[in-house]
Design a protein around this ligand. Structure first.
Ligand code: UDP
Length: 328
């Protein structure tokens, strides 16, 4: 931990050493808002903290956030809490089901309870995964969630995050805790690891190292990718918008890209000679994995609340990720 004095701390970011936490930290510091981070480095990395280590407005603690006394002190110092700490990434979720559920529900419950005691605003990072098997795009925040069977482990992530949302909204309605639930769609950009299955960094790494670019299924499934810089601007704008309290808000881009097209784009932009390899789902994932075919957000609520939505083109985002991996 560096030498930041407690009274200077305004934003607490749980999971701040992760990919989105890194960019949110940079954004808040650039706005002149001091930041304190707690992270257990289970999926995040110290390299995400490195750029800010000597910044006078930054402090961090590497610890399990279930250490309540420690977390209580941090919550006490914060003006707003961005709760990003979670087990994420399809591969991690499918391979570590107990950890996913325990982390995602346990940590959120502890945080909300402490924030409620001190009356601190919480921005809960949720996920478009909660829409589950819903096939009616665009996804509107108040529409039904269609979650899969409990015998298929991959749904534990969606269900655990849905419970987090219920809990956060219950604290808001029942106890008056100011909460905003941000449902993040596929967020990409420099610094994201492909280790836990995320598609863009995986493709870029494969293309740059000459390995086959692995497209799961038939590649016609699509995603809307948003640039992390734009996503963190949305998060901080939501935190500053009183009308967002008590609401669930989709945060994402509406520009849809098929996964096979993404593979072709990455191959072209890297100039790679890697072959594009189609991998059946049964080989790609264990545990009866079910993929979502389309996932497109309705962004009307986000636009109404904060006045802008992520709109960076996929080429620009892919370019930034290629540059990041080339520089490493
Ligand atoms: N995907 C793929 N190859 C990979 C990793 C992922 O084809 O090496 C596919 C995956 O099956 C899904 C899409 O890319 O259809 C996005 O996957 P990711 O894990 O990035 O995000 P999510 O499924 O959570 O949207």
């Amino acid at each position: 931990m560096n030498q930041l004095t407690p009274q200077h701390t305004h934003a607490l970011i749980t999971g701040g050493a992760g990919f989105i936490g890194r960019h949110l930290t940079g954004h808040l510091l650039s706005l002149g808002q001091p930041v304190e981070v707690i992270d257990d480095l289970s999926t995040g990395g110290i390299h995400n903290i490195e750029p800010y280590k000597d910044h006078p407005g930054f402090s961090y603690t590497i610890a399990d956030m279930r250490k309540e006394a420690l977390l209580a002190e941090m919550v006490d110092r914060a003006k707003v809490i961005y709760h990003l700490a979670a087990a994420v990434g399809v591969r991690l979720i499918v391979e570590n089901p107990v950890r996913t559920i325990e982390t995602n529900i346990g940590c959120t419950e502890t945080l909300l309870r402490l924030a409620n005691k001190k009356g601190k605003k919480v921005i809960l990072a949720s996920t478009s995964e909660v829409y589950g098997k819903n096939s009616h795009v665009p996804f509107v925040e108040d529409h039904d969630l269609v979650l899969g069977s409990t015998s298929k482990g991959r749904w534990s992530y969606a269900c655990s995050k849905a419970i987090d949302e219920f809990l956060a909204l219950a604290y808001c309605r029942d106890r008056g805790l100011p909460v905003v639930v941000a449902r993040l769609f596929n967020t990409v950009g420099p610094g994201q690891t492909g280790r836990y299955g995320m598609v863009l960094p995986s493709f870029v790494r494969q293309a740059l190292s000459g390995q086959p670019i692995t497209v799961y299924g038939d590649g016609t499934q699509s995603r809307c990718f948003s640039a992390v810089d734009e996503v963190v601007r949305c998060l901080s704008a939501l935190a500053e918008t009183p009308e967002a309290v008590g609401k669930v808000v989709n945060v994402g881009s509406t520009k849809e890209v098929k996964i096979l097209e993404l593979a072709e784009l990455v191959k072209k932009m890297t100039g790679s000679s890697s072959p594009i390899k189609m991998v059946p789902y049964e080989q790609a994932y264990k545990d009866g994995f079910e993929d979502m075919h389309r996932r497109v957000p309705s962004v009307d609520r986000l636009r109404d609340l904060v006045g802008f939505v992520p709109q960076m083109g996929i080429e620009q985002v892919v370019e930034s990720v290629i540059r990041y991996y080339r520089e490493r």
